[in-house]
Design a protein around this ligand. Structure first.
Ligand SMILES: Cc1ncc(COP(=O)(O)O)c(C=O)c1O
Length: 444
C-alpha cells in the first residue's frame, strides 16, 4: 500500500512499515508470514511475551461482567484489588499508599506532576509549583511531561508551548562530565545547588536508569541515595519515573530497589500490562495520600478512562504471570535471560563501531562511535543506529534505534529490552544477527 494514502496518521510518511498480524512468545509475524524476534519488546513494553491467553481471557471476562464505569461515580473490585497488589509489589514504602490509574505513561507523569503540586498546596507550601528534572531524559509526549523532559529533538518544536523549569545533568558514565571522579556526589550536588536557589521547587522527577534518550545509562552507586536525601532536606518530592524500568524490567520489581531508594511518587506503565491494554499508574506513598485525605479530601484531577476495568484486569493478570513465573528473577543477574543477554551483548564490544555496552537486567544499550579512541559519534545524518535497526529487521530481528545521546542530535544507540521469557538460544541468535547488522551498516 502507498503509505501516504493510509487512513492512519503514521509516525513517518516515508518509512515502509510491515503489517503485524500475530505474536507469540518473543516473536511477532507480519502479514507476509515473516517473523521478527522482538529484541526490544517494541519500546521496552512487553515483559511477559506475546499471545498469553490468560491475560486476554481475564480482559474478556471483565468485559463481559462490566466494561466501564466512570471513576467519579463508581469504584470497581478489579481496580481496588490491582491497586493493593501493585502497592504490595512496590514494597514496604508504599504500603498504606494509593494508586491513580491512567491510560499510559504520559498521562501518569502528568498526574504525578499535578499530585506533587497539590501535595505542596495541601501542606501549606503554596509557593512550590516547579518540577526540577534532568537534561537528556524522557517523561512523555504530552505538554507537561514534555516540559520536564530533556530529550532535545522530541521537545524542540514545542518549546514555545511548554513552561521551562530547572534541569540538572543526568549521570552518563561513558561520557562522564566529571571524568568519573566522585561523580555520584558531584552530579547530586548539581541538584542541591538548584534546590537551594529555588524556593518554588515542588518535586524532582528522574528515570532511575535512563531509558530511550541515553540508552540504558546506569547511574553511579550512591547517586540516587544522595538525590533522595537532598530532596527530603529541601521538602521536594522525589518522583521516580519507572515507566520503562518498572515491573521487573531491570531485574528488581522497580529499578530504585537496586539502590534502596523509596520515592514519594512512582510512575509505571509499559510493563504494567506488557502492552495487552493501555494502562499507566501513579503510586503515591502514604504521606502524599494522607496530605490530600486530611486536607481538601479530593484530588483535583481526572481522566474519563481512570482505572478502566478491562485494562486493570489485564494488569492483574500480567502481574500474576510476572510473579507465578518468577520473571523478575529471570531478568535479574542470576536469571537465564539476563545472563544470555549480557554475554551476547558483551560479544559485540569487539566490533570497532561499538563504543559502549551498558544497562541493567533486561534493559540494555549499545552506543555506536565512529572512533573508539576519541569516542567521536557518527555524523547525525548518517543515521547509523537507524541503519543498524533496518539491517536487523531485514534479518528478522526487531530493535529500538535512537539518536542524540551525545548532544541531543548526534550519538547513536540501540535500546535492547527483550521480554523476560526469551530463550538463551533466541538471545544468542539475536546477538549474531545484530553483529552482522552492525557490520553491514558500517560498510554501507
Ligand atoms: C521513562 C518514560 N516515561 C514516560 C514515557 C511516556 O509513556 P507513554 O509513551 O506510555 O505515554 C515513556 C515512553 O517511552 C518513558 O520511557
Amino acid at each position: 500500500m502507498n503509505h501516504s494514502l493510509s487512513a492512519v496518521l503514521r509516525r513517518s510518511f516515508s518509512k515502509p512499515y510491515p503489517t503485524a498480524v500475530r505474536g507469540a512468545g518473543a516473536v511477532v509475524w507480519d502479514e507476509a508470514g515473516r517473523q521478527y524476534l522482538d529484541f526490544s519488546s517494541s519500546a521496552a513494553v512487553n515483559f511477559i511475551g506475546h499471545g498469553e491467553r490468560e491475560v486476554v481471557e481475564a480482559m474478556a471476562a471483565q468485559g463481559r461482567e462490566l466494561e466501564f464505569v466512570h471513576s467519579s461515580q463508581f469504584v470497581t473490585p478489579v481496580a481496588e484489588e490491582f491497586a493493593r497488589e501493585l502497592l504490595d509489589f512496590a514494597g514496604a514504602g508504599f504500603r498504606g499508599g494509593a494508586v491513580f490509574f491512567t491510560s499510559g505513561g504520559s498521562e501518569a507523569v502528568e498526574s504525578a506532576l499535578k499530585l506533587a503540586r497539590q501535595y505542596q498546596v495541601e501542606i501549606g507550601q503554596k509557593q512550590r509549583f516547579q518540577v526540577v528534572s534532568r537534561r537528556q531524559s524522557y517523561h512523555g509526549a504530552t505538554l507537561g511531561a514534555l516540559a520536564v523532559s530533556g530529550n532535545i529533538r522530541r521537545r524542540e518544536i514545542y518549546l514555545p508551548m511548554v513552561r521551562e523549569f530547572d534541569k540538572v545533568a543526568t549521570p552518563y558514565c561513558y561520557r562522564c562530565d566529571y571524568g568519573c571522579r566522585e561523580c555520584a556526589s558531584r552530579y547530586a550536588a548539581e541538584l542541591e545547588r538548584v534546590l537551594a536557589a529555588n524556593p518554588h521547587a515542588a518535586a524532582f522527577i528522574f528515570e532511575p536508569v535512563s531509558g530511550a534518550t541515553l540508552g540504558a545509562a546506569v547511574p553511579p552507586d550512591g547517586y540516587l541515595r544522595e538525590v533522595a536525601e537532598i530532596c527530603a532536606r529541601y521538602g521536594v518530592l522525589l518522583i521516580a519515573d519507572e515507566v520503562m524500568t518498572g515491573m521487573g524490567r531491570t531485574g528488581r520489581n522497580f529499578a530504585v530497589d537496586h539502590w534502596g531508594v523509596v520515592p514519594d511518587i512512582m510512575v509505571a506503565a509499559k510493563g504494567l500490562t506488557s502492552g495487552y491494554a493501555p494502562l499507566g499508574a501513579v503510586l503515591a506513598a502514604p504521606r502524599v495520600v494522607q496530605a490530600l485525605a486530611r486536607g481538601s479530601a479530593s484530588f483535583v484531577h481526572g481522566f474519563t478512562y481512570n482505572a478502566h476495568p478491562v485494562c486493570t484486569a489485564a494488569g492483574r493478570a500480567v502481574l500474576k504471570i510476572i510473579q507465578d513465573r518468577k520473571l523478575v528473577a529471570a531478568a535479574s543477574c542470576n536469571g537465564a535471560a539476563e545472563r544470555a543477554l549480557r554475554e551476547a551483548l558483551e560479544g559485540l564490544r569487539a566490533h570497532p563501531s561499538v563504543g559502549d555496552v551498558r544497562g541493567l537486567g533486561l534493559l540494555r544499550g549499545i552506543e555506536f562511535v565512529s572512533d573508539r579512541q576519541s569516542k567521536a559519534p557518527f555524523p547525525h545524518d548518517r543515521n547509523f543506529s537507524g541503519r543498524v535497526a533496518q539491517k536487523a529487521a531485514e534479518r528478522g530481528l526487531s530493535v529500538y534505534p535512537m539518536q542524540g545521546s551525545v548532544d541531543g542530535y548526534s550519538g547513536d544507540h540501540l535500546l535492547i529490552a527483550p521480554p523476560a521469557i526469551i530463550s538463551p538460544e533466541q538471545v544468542r541468535w539475536a546477538g549474531e544477527q545484530l553483529h552482522a547488522a552492525i557490520e553491514e551498516a558500517a560498510r554501507g
